[in-house]
Design a protein around this ligand. Structure first.
Ligand code: ATP
Ligand code: MG
Length: 398
């Protein structure tokens, strides 16, 4: 008996001719994430990836090593479900032993057995495996009863390639498509709750991210920059190493304050951000921008305001949170590990010169007039030039 990790591939199995490329990318990512966690053999067969400790791993270390691999696999995009199974000879007595020792049946009241037989030469049919194993389990653990509708524990037995794999319910995987398979985009990353979630959702759809953060040092503190670096590292745990540009926006904002109409200030700032982010996108060969905007959340995120800010970008703007409530966004932020960092107090460059009465239904005309009369656009190029070279955000085993 030996523990093995079974990973079910997600929607990439629907990819037809491209499927092999998607699968290869997923395996590359997985192998990189497993580096340093132990010696594994990784192979893919019939929409399942098997991760097994190599022969060289001592028996008493195998479980620990597989559990570490499981934790890493839970953060790999493209995997729909993650299971730790016991691999045994396909006979019923080792299968029974595996079920007794690894499925938590001792503390359960009800159970059922589910069997799947990829190997059709196996002498028992799936219903026969269920009936036979179920009967033997009841004999050994008489406190149990069978409940086929709502069992506390389901014992799965899969017969494949000459082995039996015994396990309980799989854990949900990260889902989505393998890292980087959909192209590259710039994520406008603030220190708030929303933009890290927006980045995660698009990375999960297979986008490689380049993060851009705007700061207004010295109006905003060094701590707020540090916070954004930490957020980028949390995202890197899912996405893999991620570039982060930190762009000083102070000079642009000061000029805007001196020359621009106050009620349009937030929108003008958003447009500056969109233009600079588009320039980064060009440099980094990215094809879209991503923001954490959510429809109606604040004055600058009404439909009219988003239309005004969107036209400043030369690229499509993805707003994956547009249709999500704050509660839903917070739930995701907690799941992906960014929430606790995002709620630390910080100043954002947008809050530095907030207008007293921001426009909620802006018209494009006055915005374009203000930009034609003002001179801050000329400073945007300098802001990008003075952004240091991008840093790279890492997470352990990313
Ligand atoms: P978040 O929680 O992501 O800060 P928010 O609800 O506070 O979002 P805003 O402050 O209005 O919203 O910002 C809207 C979007 O603009 C953000 O989600 C982010 O994508 C982008 N943005 C705002 N501030 C910055 C910044 N300082 N650097 C980079 N992007 C920013
Ligand atoms: Mg914000």
């Amino acid at each position: 008996m030996s523990p093995v990790l079974m990973l079910k591939l997600g929607e990439m199995v629907l990819k037809g001719l491209n499927r092999a490329r998607f699968e290869q990318r997923l395996l590359d990512t997985l192998r990189r994430r497993l580096e340093g966690l132990g010696a594994f053999s990784v192979r893919s067969l019939q929409s399942t990836v098997y991760v097994e400790p190599e022969e060289s791993v001592p028996a008493e270390r195998r479980e620990t090593v597989v559990l570490r691999a499981r934790d890493a696999a839970l953060r790999v995009f493209g995997i729909a479900a993650v299971t730790v199974a016991e691999k045994t000879a396909p006979d019923l007595s080792p299968v029974l032993q595996a079920a007794l020792s690894h499925c938590g049946l001792q503390t359960a009241q009800t159970f059922k057995v589910e069997a799947r037989r990829a190997d059709k030469s196996y002498p028992l049919t799936s219903p026969q495996i269920c009936a036979e194993l179920g009967a033997r389990l009841l004999e050994r653990l008489p406190h149990l009863t069978v409940d086929v509708h709502r069992p506390e524990v389901t014992v799965w037995v899969e017969i494949r390639e000459g082995f039996a794999y015994v396990h309980t319910a799989p854990l949900p995987g990260a889902g989505g498509l393998p890292a980087g398979m959909s192209g590259k985009a710039v994520l406008l990353l603030s220190g708030g709750i929303d933009s890290p979630v927006a980045g995660w959702r698009m990375a999960r759809r297979g986008l490689e991210l380049v993060a851009v953060h705007f700061h207004s040092y010295p109006y905003t503190s060094r701590e707020s920059l540090e916070k954004v670096r930490e957020l980028a590292c949390r995202l890197a745990a899912w996405h893999g190493p991620m570039k982060l540009y930190t762009v000083p926006l102070t000079a642009v904002q000061e000029r805007m304050r001196a020359e621009g109409p106050e009620d349009y200030f937030t929108l003008l700032l958003r447009r500056s951000m969109a233009r600079i982010a588009s320039a980064v996108a060009l440099r980094e060969r990215c094809s879209a921008l991503i923001t954490g905007e959510s429809l109606g959340q604040v004055a600058s995120q009404t439909l009219e305001a988003m239309a005004v800010t969107g036209t400043a970008s030369t690229l499509p703007v993805f707003r994956p949170l547009a249709g999500m409530d704050k509660e839903e966004i917070v739930t995701t932020a907690r799941q992906i590990g960014t929430f606790e960092i995002s709620i630390r107090p910080f100043e954002d460059c947008c809050t530095v010169f907030t207008p007293r009465h921001p426009r909620t239904r802006p018209r494009p005309g006055p915005v374009l007039d203000a930009e034609a009369k003002g001179t801050w656009i000329a400073l945007e190029g300098e802001a990008l030039t003075s952004a240091q070279r991008p840093e790279v955000a890492y997470a352990p085993h990313c």
